[in-house]
Design a binder for this molecule. Structure first.
Ligand code: NDP
Ligand code: ZN
Length: 176
């Protein structure tokens, strides 16, 4: 399959899987806007051309937030893309507080490709928390989200200076 075909297939797959979901902002934006924003950050702002990274970004929340299985991803997109998605997927059997801690502990030890997806994900979410935060989040909760995201990203620095600078620019909008 050509790179462009694979990317369109990942976008269609994610759009279908997330079709009934919304983000947590006041407008309840369509969920797929978020994976698209990761792909846009990677391609248009970071200059990333690795098709496996782009596809993994589009698919990054399918296992965590839909009924998608790892086997399904491997069947449709192959071992490499499935593996990157698995690397950025939290274990939903664990309590939220443990998942947050494990993201900090694991960030340094994932593949370079997974680090790029994490950088784009945290950048996208900081931009959202700054401008379109989840409904009812207090100032303190927004600030805590910024600080946790920075703790995660600080563990994986050195992989892509341009994306790290984009993250830092997003962090500069930490709510006051
Ligand atoms: P989360 O931190 O899980 O919610 C943020 C996540 O929601 C993001 O990482 C993103 O994940 C997704 N998301 C969806 N829409 C948006 C949006 N518009 N902007 C940003 N992110 C969005 O919050 P939880 O409610 O699950 O709580 C997690 C932790 O927060 C717990 O550990 C809990 O203890 C703590 N907590 C803190 C409180 C406080 O006031 N400080 C109060 C209650 C809980 P993705 O990219 O994966 O879609
Ligand atoms: Zn995400």
């Amino acid at each position: 399959m050509t790179d462009l075909k694979l990317i369109m297939q990942a976008l269609s797959f994610a759009a279908h899987k997330h079709r009934d979901q919304r983000r947590k902002d006041v407008d309840a934006s369509p969920y797929i806007n978020h994976p698209i924003s990761l792909a846009s950050i990677l391609i248009n702002e970071g200059g990333v051309t690795d098709v496996n990274v782009i596809c993994a970004a589009l698919l990054h929340d399918t296992i965590e937030d839909t009924d998608t299985t790892p086997e399904e991803l491997e069947q449709a997109f192959g071992f490499a893309i499935k593996t990157i998605v698995m690397e950025v997927t939290d274990d939903k059997l664990l309590p939220k507080v443990d998942r947050k801690r494990l993201q900090i502990e694991h960030a340094a030890h994932v593949s370079p490709q997974a680090k790029l997806v994490k950088l784009a994900d945290k950048t996208s979410n900081l931009r959202d928390v700054a401008v379109n935060p989840p409904e009812n989040w207090s100032l303190q909760r927004r600030q805590e989200y910024f600080d946790w995201a920075k703790q995660v990203i600080d563990q994986l620095r050195g992989v892509h200076p341009q994306l790290e600078a984009l993250f830092d620019a997003a962090y500069a909008s930490r709510p006051k």
